[in-house]
Design a protein. Structure first.
Length: 111
């Protein structure tokens, strides 16, 4: 399996969860705008820090499993993970919790 195929499968799953959360919790344009801004910031940070780590030769990729497209030194497949984090974590919070307005119900302590 290539890195791109794995990334596509995981991003697809995160999109499905985010769409389910949107439907179940009625998340609107503000939620999607915030999620988009978060994803952009995380992607930018990933490009910078992945590139620095690759330049420092901290790790290497199997070139045969990559598409070959890079942003600075970062393989484009690596940009899927911050997108997944930006989509999946808030969507799960909305599904498990109170719709993104507070702590999850299971974590609430009533005094």
């Amino acid at each position: 399996m290539t890195y791109a195929a794995l990334a596509a499968a995981v991003v697809g799953g995160a999109v499905v969860v985010a769409l389910v959360a949107t439907g179940v919790r009625g998340l609107g344009a503000r939620w999607w705008a915030t999620t988009t801004v978060t994803a952009v910031v995380l992607v930018a940070l990933t490009v910078v820090f992945d590139s620095l780590m690759i330049a420092a030769d901290l790790f290497r990729y199997d070139e045969s499993a990559l598409l070959g497209v890079r942003v600075w030194l970062t393989p484009v497949e690596d940009l899927a993970w911050p997108v997944v984090a930006a989509l999946l974590l808030p969507a799960l919070w909305a599904l498990v919790g109170t719709g993104g307005t507070g702590a999850p119900e299971a974590g609430r302590v009533d005094a």
